[in-house]
Write a protein that binds this ligand. Structure first.
Ligand code: KE4
Length: 436
């Protein structure tokens, strides 16, 4: 596969952009090789600058639930742009997007739009602290909530991939109020509440972890967190930046009947343009300025191009059977990859929820009952070397999964059964060659 033009562009980028990328997750850090520079994308595919076509299961790390350049999204953004790109004043589209979110997510009665998932989660934590008057938050090792200082403690995603458990530049002062517990370990959280419950403002969790690879909550974990928060006067923050409109049309909270106090969103609700959001109970959200005193602001928050891209995407997803079709395809892919691994006698652990899925390669020497349920077992049992070989072999075949074992894969309304079956056949061929 010719990637000479990507290599040239990557070399040029590295001279003026740290690592040649504007987000570390794109740097191929854990799989090595040259990131593919994108020329254009349409539907379930993108083309790199060397003319190679790829079937895309990264979808910009989740946002493109309607696929790339969906005509309705392109039209909505184009028409919005023709009316001006930003006003710094309210528009009806922001209210319409907020209403769609409120209608879709059972626990969200009011919502504030921001520009990224990071802004959503950092604002949600400030809100929880403002509402409760408490300082401490509990997060889970391997869960990634964006790059705000207080979260960069045993984070997932790029931090896990790049092996930066605690980023330089994050001071002890900013993480002093962050308590970390193992994902799926309710007893550990009970202990934190027993010791420091009066000081804990909130527990923030990815309800389905997507940044240490895809790790499902064990039965009772999320309900247990909800009960612990209620019993101790703390707020439960569900970080649904990935799972919102992916785990189900109502996120994880809609799928498993949860009532978080605050929900964070991003990705899909912007349809590929910068949108994040945090929302929740009326009484909590009325703490937010200008109604309440908790300050949060943003020049481009609710930007007309981004809100119209999000509205168009959610409408495509909500069209007759759109979500269900993408969900069925994600299930078909997860099952197909699992079957291919069995046929190749390769150990894997797959997970599938809604339109997101994941697959870990398990090290040959791992115990027979090895199961990945948190960050420690993910880093102990996941065979990242084998994943890197799998990733590149599929890339050569024009199939694009995340350039890290510690990420998720996604389907869209643009993917077809033929796409899935092609990917599964390619994966089967690749896995046959992965046995050492
Ligand atoms: P952004 O600030 O990147 O929009 O969102 C941060 C965020 C918050 N919460 C969850 C659960 C997330 O997964 C993310 C961001 N996800 C990563 C991919 N795992 C974004 C990719 C990147 O950093 O380039």
């Amino acid at each position: 596969m010719d990637t000479s033009r990507s290599e040239e562009l990557f070399a040029a980028a590295c001279r003026v952009i740290p690592g040649g990328v504007n987000s570390p997750a794109r740097a191929f850090g854990s799989v090595s090789g040259t990131p593919r520079f994108v020329k254009r994308a349409e539907g379930a595919y993108f083309w790199d600058v060397d003319g190679n076509r790829y079937l895309d299961f990264v979808l910009s790390w989740g946002p493109l639930a309607a696929g790339h350049a969906h005509p309705a999204v392109v039209q909505a953004v184009g028409e919005a742009a023709a009316r001006g790109t930003s006003y710094g004043a309210p528009t009806a589209a922001e209210t319409e997007l907020a209403q769609m979110i409120v209608d879709a997510l059972p626990a969200v009665e009011m919502v504030r739009l921001v520009n990224s998932g990071t802004e959503a989660t950092m604002s949600a934590v400030r809100l929880a602290r403002a509402f409760t008057g408490r300082a401490k938050i509990v997060k889970f090792a391997g869960c990634y909530h964006g790059h705000a200082d207080g979260f960069l403690v045993q984070a997932g995603s790029g931090v896990a991939t790049l092996g930066l458990p605690d980023s330089p530049g994050v001071t002890a002062g900013t993480t002093a109020d962050t308590l970390a517990a193992p994902f799926n370990d309710l007893a550990a959280v009970e202990e934190l509440f027993a010791e420091q419950g009066a000081d804990i403002a909130a527990v923030i969790v990815e309800p389905v972890a997507g940044n240490m690879g895809v790790v499902l909550p064990v039965v009772g974990f999320l309900d247990g967190l909800q009960e612990l928060c209620r019993d101790n006067g703390a707020l439960l923050i569900l970080d649904e930046v990935i799972t919102g409109f992916r785990a189900s049309p109502g996120g994880v909270q809609g799928r498993w009947d949860l009532q978080p106090d605050i929900t964070c969103l991003g990705k899909v609700i912007g349809g590929g343009l910068p949108v994040g959001a945090y929302g929740g109970r009326h009484d909590v959200m009325e703490t937010v300025a200008p109604v309440g005193a908790m300050y949060q602001a943003g020049t481009l928050s609710g930007n007309p191009l981004a809100t119209n891209a999000g509205l168009a995407t959610l409408k495509v997803l909500g069209e007759a059977g759109g979500f269900d079709r993408a969900e069925a395809l994600a299930g078909r892919l997860a099952a197909g990859l699992g079957a291919a691994a069995i046929a190749a006698r390769i150990r894997v652990q797959t997970a599938h929820v809604g339109t997101m899925l994941g697959m870990f390669f398990i090290k040959d020497g791992a115990p027979d009952d090895a199961a990945i349920s948190n960050y420690v077992t993910a880093t102990e049992f996941a065979d990242t070397e084998r994943y890197g070989r799998y990733f590149h072999a599929l890339l050569e075949r024009g199939v694009y999964f995340a350039p890290s074992q510690f990420e998720a894969a996604f389907t869209s309304t643009a993917h077809t059964e033929e796409d899935i079956d092609m990917a599964v056949v390619a994966a089967g061929e690749v896995m046959a060659g992965l046995r050492d």
